[in-house]
Design a binder for this molecule. Structure first.
Ligand SMILES: NC(=O)c1ccc[n+]([C@@H]2O[C@H](COP(=O)([O-])OP(=O)(O)OC[C@H]3O[C@@H](n4cnc5c(N)ncnc54)[C@H](OP(=O)(O)O)[C@@H]3O)[C@@H](O)[C@H]2O)c1
Length: 326
């Protein structure tokens, strides 16, 4: 691991952990690995009533950012907090600023509750100077953790695939349903996808360490966006024609697909971030799962159903889909 600083109390004998979002996407994999190690897991979620993939093994509590005493009570008794909380894009009254503020409330409650270590999931290439508000907000939250006085690991994934993933799944869904797929610009911007369970492994390993650390979590293979789309097209046996279009046209087509899907398929910032090569790492890859091999093993299920961000986070009552792919 890179960028160590001072040593903190050893938390490798963790008995109890809190995972935010253990009923959602990547948090499921973290919780599963912790349970396999015999660690008690609680979750904090915006949907405590959502079907619980762990039965009685994981108790759910609401985020209650507006009631820090309740949040502190939920965290008390655990040694490690695995934090996946963030918002993909601003929507309605939810903004990156509220996500930053809520993250800071969570960390302060963790400190007061006696949490010894935070494993925080960030993103590759965060920066306070980033032109992308997502990456700026992530950098602000990282800075708050390093100043919190708590022992920490900051894990910076590139882009995740596997399980109930959104991006790769929805590329496959579009390729299955539309006769044409528009690739923005040259399509030659790089992506280094990381399997969601590799991400969970790295988080759980980082949780057992006693060092402060910040590191990228990237997959073993790098492809251009155009290569990824071609590989997915071939895997799902799509006849969709791939065309390269100017970015502004690709954006308009993304808006049109959003209307058809009743979701936000890709935001302008997300497209600009992809084109700027934000989802790759310059560090040695820590993921082990080959995207190419995974794609071939999961081609039958990939993209059969659309993965809706708005259903998952803004339309209460909709169940979170689990494990369309492995
Ligand atoms: N997915 C990727 O490809 C990727 C790539 C790089 C970095 N990351 C980072 O990895 C972390 C986990 O990502 P994920 O995709 O696994 O996220 P997720 O499971 O969809 O959500 C993680 C947590 O954030 C909450 N959340 C998400 N959107 C929200 C919203 N709009 N309003 C309120 N709460 C919201 C979820 O609430 P509920 O519990 O109510 O669902 C859940 O507890 C995030 O910090 C993300 O920035 C993800």
């Amino acid at each position: 691991m890179d960028r160590y600083s001072h040593s903190m109390p050893n938390t490798s004998r963790t008995k109890s952990a809190v995972v935010t979002g253990a009923f959602s996407y990547s948090g499921v994999y973290i919780a599963r690995r912790l349970l396999e190690k015999g660690i008690e897991v609680r979750t904090i979620t915006g949907h405590p009533q959502r079907p619980n993939p762990f039965g009685n093994e994981v108790q759910a509590f609401p985020y209650s950012f507006d009631d820090p005493t309740a949040l502190e009570r939920t965290l008390r008794g655990s040694q490690v907090l695995y934090n996946t909380y963030w918002v993909r894009f601003p929507f309605g009254s939810t903004t990156y600023d509220t996500a930053v503020d809520n993250s800071l409330i969570l960390f302060e409650c963790a400190r007061r509750a006696g949490i010894e270590r935070i494993v925080h999931v960030s993103i590759a290439n965060p920066s306070l100077d980033s032109p992308f508000p997502y990456f700026r907000g992530k950098a602000e939250v990282e800075e708050a953790i390093t100043r919190s006085g708590l022992s920490y690991a900051i894990v910076r994934p590139t882009v995740l695939f596997g399980g109930s993933d959104v991006l790769i799944n929805n590329i496959a869904w579009l390729l299955r349903h539309f006769p044409v797929f528009a690739i923005p610009g040259t399509g030659e911007f790089p992506m280094q996808p990381l399997h969601v369970d590799d991400q969970a492994r790295l988080c759980v390993e980082a949780g057992a360490s006693d060092q402060n650390m910040t590191f990228d979590a990237a997959g073993p293979e790098t492809y251009s966006f155009a290569e990824i789309v071609s590989m997915v097209r071939e895997a799902v046996d799509s006849r969709s024609v791939l065309i390269k279009v100017p970015v502004h046209i690709a954006l308009n087509l993304a808006r049109l697909s959003s209307l058809i899907a009743g979701d936000v398929v890709l935001t302008k910032d997300e497209m600009r971030g992809l084109i700027a090569g934000m989802v790759v790492s310059e560090e040695p890859p820590r993921g082990k799962t080959s995207f190419r091999e995974w794609l071939h093993s999961n081609a039958d299920t990939l993209g059969r159903n659309y993965a809706s961000e708005l259903d998952r986070h803004y339309r209460s009552g909709r169940a979170f889909p689990f494990n369309e792919t492995q």
